[in-house]
Ligand binder design. Structure first.
Ligand SMILES: [Zn+2]
Length: 309
């Protein structure tokens, strides 16, 4: 497989207060892991800043303007409970979107089979009208809309294995059967949504909540029996992954006990789905993952699986 990885030094310039889990060191830890010779074939691409028009694919103008207004000229500004902005945060968030859109373009052009976007801030908690949970704009939703608009994708699957429910992505696609949104996550946990009976108006939402202290077997069982079945029936022509790695057993924000190998396994299963109906097209976006070692190992195995097929 040809795998592109999108990155940009500006992702380190989105600053948060001391002690905040969603910190620049996360990307530094991943970069160290990618120095290993295993990743020699990975094609690393500098992400470009995305346009404000891309933001408007998933958010009303009013949301974009409210974020722009909140960007401080210096220091750090608190947007809501746990979401902060620094002077470069808007450029970082727009570059995350630009990287995601470029990744979509690359897989639809056939330049890459798949791609990983190593960006921050993350996106899956951002609702149509609300920044929350460290997220400003919903990058994965924007990537899906871009695939529809620019490349004619008709059946997009978004699989979110971040340990927190992707409430923002669910909000944006709640009544849109062109997108199948599937999520595994710990419940109860922030943000509180993601119950099994939240299925969307068109039954295009599949939530597979896991109890605290679930491990690999529970995760794989939920993935197999709920998510893979739904994906097989849906036959996506494009697969997006909201790849958070905070279900790793070392992660401080949750109590799910996955091993790095579980992310390798899940990646392999989604690549099989993409091979059957989506011409192998997979784009994966970094969401959470707050233990540096757990993140580096898990994301490393995920990217290696994307490369090896
Ligand atoms: Zn998370």
């Amino acid at each position: 497989m040809t795998t592109f990885l999108y990155e940009n030094p500006v992702f380190l310039e989105h600053k948060v207060p001391e002690g905040h889990p969603e910190r620049p060191d996360r990307l530094r830890a991943l970069n160290l892991a990618l120095d290993h010779p295993n990743f020699a074939e990975l094609k690393r691409v500098e992400a470009s800043k995305g346009s404000e028009d891309l933001v408007l694919l998933a958010h009303p103008e009013q949301h974009l303007r409210s974020i722009v207004r909140e960007i401080p000229e210096e220091d750090i500004n608190q947007l809501e409970a746990d979401t902060y902005a620094s002077p470069q945060s808007l450029v970082a968030a727009l570059t995350a979107i630009g990287g995601a859109a470029a990744a979509v373009d690359a897989v639809f052009a056939g330049d890459a089979d798949n791609a990983f976007v190593a960006a921050r801030p993350p996106g899956h908690h951002a609702e149509k009208n609300k920044a929350m949970g460290f997220c400003f704009f919903n990058t994965v939703a924007i990537a899906a809309r871009h695939a529809q608009k620019a490349h004619g994708a008709e059946r997009i699957a978004i699989v979110d294995w971040d340990v927190h429910h992707g409430n923002g992505t669910q909000d944006i696609f709640w009544d849109d059967p062109s997108v199948l949104f599937c999520s595994t996550h710990q419940m109860p946990l922030y943000p509180g949504t993601g119950a099994k009976d939240e299925t969307g108006i068109k039954h295009n939402i599949v939530n597979a909540p896991l109890s605290p202290n679930s491990g690999s077997e529970h995760f794989r069982d939920a993935f197999r029996t709920r998510i893979l079945n739904a994906l097989d029936d849906f036959r996506p022509d494009f697969v997006l992954i909201s790849a958070g790695f905070d279900a790793h057993h070392r992660d401080p924000l949750a109590q799910i006990n996955l091993m790095a190998e579980d992310f390798d396994w899940a990646t392999g299963r989604l690549m099989e789905i993409a091979g059957r109906s989506a011409g192998n097209r997979v784009v994966s976006l970094l969401e959470g993952g707050y233990d540096l070692q757990g993140l580096a190992e898990s994301a490393g195995m995920h990217i290696l699986r994307l490369m090896r097929g």
